[in-house]
Design a protein around this ligand. Sequence first.
Ligand SMILES: [Zn+2]
Length: 455
Amino acid sequence: MTTHVRCGTFFPGDGTPVRHNVTLGIDNQRVTFVCNTADAPPIGLHDSVLDYADLFVMPGLIDVHTHLAYGNAKSEEDIDLYQPLEFRALRALFFAQKVVAAGYTSICAPGDAGQVSLAVRNAINFGLFDGPRVTAAGRYLTTRQGLTDWYPTWIGVPETSIGRLVTNKDEAIEEIRVQVKNGVDCIKIAMDGVQTRDNGELIAAFNQEETTTMVTEAHRLGRKVVAHARGKEAVLYAARAGVDLIFHATFLDDNCLDAMLHSGSMLCPTLTFQRNIIDFTQAHEPAAQKGRPRAVEREYAIACENMQKARKAGVPMLTGTDTGFAVTPYGEWHAMELEIFVRDLGFTPAEALRCATSVTARFMKQGDCIGVLEAGRFADFIAVDGSPLENIAILQDKTRIRYVHIGGKCMQIVERGYDPRQVTDRSLANWTDLYTQERVRELYPARRQLAAAAE
Ligand SMILES: [Zn+2]
C-alpha cells in the first residue's frame, strides 16, 4: 500500500536543486521512491494519493536545542523546583506536539531534569502518542560555579534540577554511566562557569583534563556529547576534547576554530534565544532590571561576527533555539533561527533550509534516516503554502505549515490553550517593586496630595 504524494515544489534537503511536479512514494513509514510525476509508477488499487501540487514539500525541520522539561519557564526555580518530574513529563509531551505543529519533526532535548525527555521520546517511539522524534539527554553534568549550579552552596543542585553536580572525575564518570544505562542518546556538559578574568573573559567551569575525561568516557560508551559553551576557554576545551556539538560558542577565536575543525565539532549558534531577549524583554521585567537585554545585544553582535567566521571556515552550523523558556515558547520561534541564518549570518535561504534539515540531522539519533527526502529514509516532511526560498520568514507563520508528516503519518495536533500559572509559573516571588514611602509617592501622586491636604 503506497502513498503517492504529489508535490508542486520539492526541496530534497541534500543540496540538489529544488524540483517541480515530483511524486514521493511512501511505504511503511519510509520513502520508497522520488520521481517526476510524469514518470511515477501507476496508482495501485490500495494506494492513496495526497495532492500537494500547490505546496512546497521539504524534509521536516529539526531543532537541536529544545528543552522539553522547562515548560516555558520564567525563572530558574521554575525549571528546577516546583513541578514534580511526573507532571513535567506529561507537560513535555503536550509541548512537544506544539513543536510538531510548527513544522519540526525532530528535536534534540539537550539537558532536562530526571528522565523527562527520555520518557517522552519512548512514549512517542512506542506509538503511544504522536510527536517529534526526540534525541534525548539527561541532566547536564555541571561542577561548582558551572551553568545549572546557580543556587548558593548550602542549597546545592537539587535532585529535581536540570543539572547534576559532579565535583571530580570519578563522579562524572559514574553519572555518565548511570545516564547511559538509563538510555540517553547524548551527554550534556555545562562548560561555562560564572567567574571572569580581569579582562571580562569567562573562565570554563571544567578544566581541560576533566572535559577530555568526560568526553572520552561518553564516546567509549557510544554516546555523543553536547556542550553549552559561550566563553572562549569553554569552547576551546570542548573542541579539543572532541565534543560533537557546541551550543552558542559566542566568544570563539581562531584557536577555537582550529580545534573545532580538527576534532569535527559542530556548532549550534542558538541566536533566537538572544534575539528574543533583546527584542521582547519589557522594561518592568527582572531581566531588564538586571540590564540583560543591553548586555545580550552587545554579545549578539560579537556572536554574529564569529558565527560568520565559523561558517566561512566550514564548521557545520546546526539550527536550534533554546526553546522552553518564556522568551522562547514551544512551537513559536523555531524557524526564527533560519531567518537569522539568512539575515545575520550570510546563508542563502536554500543553505539555511539545508542547515535545518540534513546538516542538523548529523547530530541526531538515526540522523542518516532523516533530514533528506530520498528512498530509504523516514518520510518526515512538511508541506508549506509558499516558498521559503523566496521568503525564509514564512516558516514562522504556522498557518502556512499546512501538513506535517512523521514516518508518513499526517500529524493532527489539536490547538489547546492553557494557563501558565497552573502549568509552569509556580515561583514564589510576589512583587517586583519595593514600596518605600518615596516610591509610593512616585507611583501614586494623588496620595501624596491627600496626605498634604490632611496636614
Ligand atoms: Zn539550552
